[in-house]
Design a protein around this ligand. Structure first.
Ligand SMILES: [Zn+2]
Length: 191
């Protein structure tokens, strides 16, 4: 069983791969670090033969999993994949709307977080999106994820507007840290 779960996990590394094309920042590193930590926790739990946390392992395996036997949920919908948490949950949809970041014409993918992140990365280069908050999207993703964790583990519900406000503030602080808008993370420390 551990081997099956492990191979399924490694087939589903879209989220990790999606970040590679994007300029590295501490946001991405935090997200990826969190995923690695969760992954090692999951594998350790399975390896030791303790009862596997159904909810956690299903989340990590993400995209094409059947519904688990039980699930603590944030919105009452049947499944909570990465796509659901970051793009499809009603609170999430509201957050993207408040940030004036338009979903694709046919809606965000329900199965591929890679496609959804790719769409957002592409949006950062679109001239027609200049009035949106698209360049803050990594901070929005990060705050959606933190909001979901606050609800899961602390039973604290954070509103879409609070998450967006926080994300935009954090993005602004980050952008002010550079000598120009296009200064990369690394070059800031080379100056
Ligand atoms: Zn939901």
């Amino acid at each position: 069983m551990a081997r099956v779960l492990k191979s399924r996990y490694f087939k589903n590394r879209y989220f990790l791969e999606a970040s590679i094309g994007f300029r590295p920042s501490f946001i991405w590193r935090n997200i990826l670090h969190g995923r690695e930590a969760l992954k090692s926790g999951m594998l350790r739990t399975i390896g030791s033969g303790e009862q596997t946390n159904v909810w956690t392992s299903n989340w990590l395996l993400d995209d094409e999993l059947r519904p688990p036997m039980y699930r603590q949920n944030t919105c009452g919908q049947a499944s909570e994949t990465i796509c659901h948490v970051l793009f499809l949950c009603p609170t999430t949809v509201e957050a993207w709307r408040l940030a004036r970041i338009e979903p694709p014409p046919t809606g965000f993918s329900t199965t591929s977080s890679f496609l959804n992140l790719h769409y957002l990365v592409a949006g950062t280069k679109k001239q027609s999106w200049r009035q949106s908050n698209i360049k803050s999207f990594p901070w929005i993703v990060w705050n959606l994820w933190k909001g979901r964790n606050a609800l899961m583990f602390e039973k604290t519900r954070i509103s879409a507007s609070s998450m967006v406000t926080k994300a935009l503030e954090e993005a602004e602080i980050w952008n002010k840290g550079g000598s120009s808008g296009s200064t990369s993370y690394c070059s800031k420390y080379m100056d």
